[in-house]
Design a protein around this ligand. Structure first.
Ligand code: ADP
Ligand code: MG
Length: 692
């Protein structure tokens, strides 16, 4: 047989035959390297084995003994089947019982050695183990029973128990880990306090103690973070290596743009503008994320960027996720630019063909300076004369960032994506890791305070009274219902029911409007307009996305079934009120029989800091769910925990970007191990490094 290598099929490993190989494949283990990196889920501490003769029955802790099975059989114990084995370790014998232990008959047979761990009990003056944990000792030197040992527990498969996986890995670990080539030199490792990789991998499976395991984990978490960041760094390099039109700033341009705004920018807006302006001046495309709560003033900053393009006689496109939001942006942009010569056009799906054709022609000829629309704007039939900037507003579609497929002709447009969902630090470095981030962390002046309270459905009458009192003062209110069902019909029913109920109740006299996902766009807009104009004072909304309105006199928000929303989403929703100078009230109505949900919601009553909320959300839901690296096309992480390992992630990011900066294609001889890993990890996702 050929010599063992990391790429050798697992089947040729020790103790693996064709059948085991198939079972390993079910766990995603195909090669020797996969086997090495199939890490334990946790460890059980197995105390050093004690001679059976020394046992007294007074031990306060579980004890371990190991010995040969000298007899094993099934019995009935009343109505309960019991599997009994007798162990002999040379000092004495002891009986071990497993109730309902029929499944053990094939594993535990006379002649094999096993270790058992558990509490002792006494039966008819004899010491015995009842239902202890057990470990089959496949080979005499495999398990070190003379000391305490951390026993690895592996994620089991349908056909492979943790014990069997452990034994396979144990047999292959020494030879296989000798195949590992170093990724870094000693200096690199010692500067970062990292152990070498073969040591780490061995200790990951068979640590001497917790501390050694901790060091191993840290090194392997670093490696994962580094590979992740190398992929991101390469992607970013690709994006930004295309030429872009530089849009250099000048004092005059700055003055003229600012003169368009009826207010001075906040410090936070100024900072974001400065960052964007610096990017735009570069002949490399900007790739920036602009984040800030709803109402923090992102649109103005984006418009500043658009006008920077227009000042250089180039075009800007502003994209919104829905037609409604596109129209709203369009109206706002028109308002700011009223009386100027800037030519603004709206392009959305529901336009008349003639109008659409004319707009398309104007985009292609360059007559249009700023185009506002939905993603339809990026369609293939849309041709821009000289597009220099694309702004994407994703405030309601967090995480579904689609890379603009705007390859342009030679030149790449600068790219700015806006989000109102606060992005936890970890995501800013991973899912959004190829973007620079600007943050608007301060609201425009003169806003009221929003108080958030937690209520139950039983308190609905009080909620309606409180709302009515506000409406009487001329204020307005939102009632938000979550999407209660994946079925559009049911959603409609729920929204309609809610609408009818509210209309028939004490709020009916103030006028109630309804928007839901199944409504035609025109109807939606009509209702929204009636609400904006104050003809109806209450808006019932079934679909969050449609609440993209800016109605300063709305200062009450009631969110039903609040427990069904994510924290970040709730935070974003409540940003819809408190946009005027009045104080606002947000009532989260949760189903009372769900204390965990209520506890989770409490964070919102305590803070209005979007980032704290986002971090909390991440902590509660776990990085797996939110992070969903896979759905973003990023490799899955097995060891690193992006919340716990944040500092490591940061370190790895710095290192990865430095490596790619110096060696963009990982072509240098000392980067060959990294190159191999990046290629393997991103193989089916991206042709990152070209052919091998
Ligand atoms: P976002 O896009 O972040 O939701 P907008 O840009 O729509 O926020 O701004 C929300 C509101 O705040 C708008 O009515 C806008 O006119 C106003 N606004 C924005 N920046 C300022 C500022 N610096 N001073 C006063 N009002 C501002
Ligand atoms: Mg906005």
């Amino acid at each position: 047989m050929a010599e063992l290598s990391l790429d050798t099929p697992a089947q040729y490993g020790q103790g693996v035959g064709p059948r085991r190989a198939e079972q390993l494949a079910e766990l995603g283990i195909h090669t020797i390297e996969d086997l090495l990196t199939y890490y334990p889920r946790r460890f059980d501490l197995r105390r050093q084995a004690q001679p059976i003769a020394t046992l007294t029955g007074n031990e306060s802790e579980p004890v371990t003994v190991a010995g040969e099975v000298i007899s094993a059989r099934m019995n009935r114990y009343g109505s309960r089947p019991v599997f009994r084995a007798v162990l002999d370790d040379g000092s004495a014998e002891i009986e071990v019982k497993w109730f309902h232990g029929g499944y053990l008959q094939r594993q535990i047979r006379p002649g094999i050695h096993i270790a058992v761990n558990g509490k002792l009990s006494e039966y008819r003056r004899q010491l015995q183990f009842v239902n202890p944990k057990h470990q089959v000792l496949w080979d005499a030197e495999g398990a070190d029973l003379d000391r305490d040992e951390l026993l690895p527990v592996y994620p089991a498969g349908a056909h492979l128990s943790s014990n069997i996986i452990a034994s396979i890995i144990r047999k292959n670990l020494p030879a296989a880990s000798r195949l590992l080539r170093p990724w870094f030199d000693r200096t690199y490792l010692s500067q970062r306090g990292l152990v070498d990789r073969p040591t780490a991998i061995q200790a990951m499976h068979r640590p001497e103690d917790r501390e050694q395991w901790g060091q191993a984990r840290r090194r392997l978490a670093y490696d994962e973070c580094l590979l992740l960041q190398l992929g991101i760094a390469i992607m970013r390099q690709r994006e930004t290596s295309r030429p872009a039109h530089p849009l250099p700033p000048s004092a005059r341009i700055d003055q003229r743009i600012r003169a368009r705004f009826p207010f001075a920018l906040t410090t936070a807006q100024d900072r974001a503008v400065a960052e964007i302006v610096a990017d735009l001046a570069s002949p490399r495309p900007m790739n920036r994320l602009l984040q800030g709560d709803v109402g923090s003033g992102k649109t103005v900053v984006a418009l500043y960027a658009a006008l920077q393009a227009v000042a250089h006689r180039r075009q800007a496109a502003i994209l919104a996720p829905t037609e409604l939001l596109a129209r709203q942006h369009y109206a706002k942009v028109c308002q700011y630019l009223e009386g100027s010569r800037v030519n603004i056009r709206l392009l959305v799906g529901g336009m008349q063909a003639r109008q659409r054709d004319r707009t398309l022609a104007e985009l292609a000829s360059g007559e249009v300076d700023i185009a506002v629309g939905t993603h339809a704007l990026l369609g293939e039939s849309v041709d821009f004369a000289h597009l220099a900037l694309v702004v994407v507003d994703e405030q309601h579609k967090f995480g579904v960032r689609q890379r603009t497929a705007m390859r342009g002709k030679g030149f790449a447009p600068h790219y700015l994506v806006m989000t109102a969902t606060p992005i936890p630090r970890t995501l800013a470095l991973t899912v959004f890791g190829d973007l620079d981030v600007s943050t608007i962390d301060e609201p425009p002046p003169g806003r009221g305070e929003t108080r958030t309270v937690l209520r139950t459905e039983k308190e609905l009458d009080t909620i309606l009274d409180i709302t009515a009192a506000q409406l009487r003062k001329g204020r307005q209110a939102y009632f938000i219902y979550p999407l209660v069902s994946p079925s559009p019909d049911l959603e409609l029913t729920a929204a309609n029911d809610a609408y009818e109920q509210l209309s028939a109740g004490p709020l009916g006299e103030f006028g109630v409007g309804l928007v839901h996902g199944q409504m035609p766009n025109d109807d939606k807009q009509r209702v929204m307009k009636r609400f904006r104009d104050g003809q109806v004072k209450v808006l019932v909304a079934s679909v969050v996305v449609e609440v993209g309105v800016d109605v300063p006199s709305a200062n009450v928000m009631v969110i039903m079934h609040a427990e069904r929303f994510g924290l970040a989403q709730l935070h974003q929703l409540r940003g819809r009120v408190g946009r005027g100078s009045d104080d606002a009230l947000c009532m989260l109505v949760a189903t009372p029989n769900n204390p965990i949900a209520s506890e989770r919601l409490r964070v919102l009553t305590e803070t209005s800091d979007g980032f704290r909320i986002a971090e909390e959300d991440l902590r509660i839901r776990g990085p797996g769910e939110i992070f969903g690296t896979r759905q973003h096309g990023l490799p899955e992480l097995k060891v690193a925990d992006l919340v716990e390992d944040f500092e490591l992630l940061r370190l790895a990011r710095r290192d990865a970007f430095a490596i790619i900066d110096e060696d963009p294609d990982l072509a240098a001889p000392h980067n060959q191990q990294l190159r191999r890993q990046v290629q393997k990890l991103y193989a089916d996702r991206l042709d990152l490094l070209g052919g091998a």
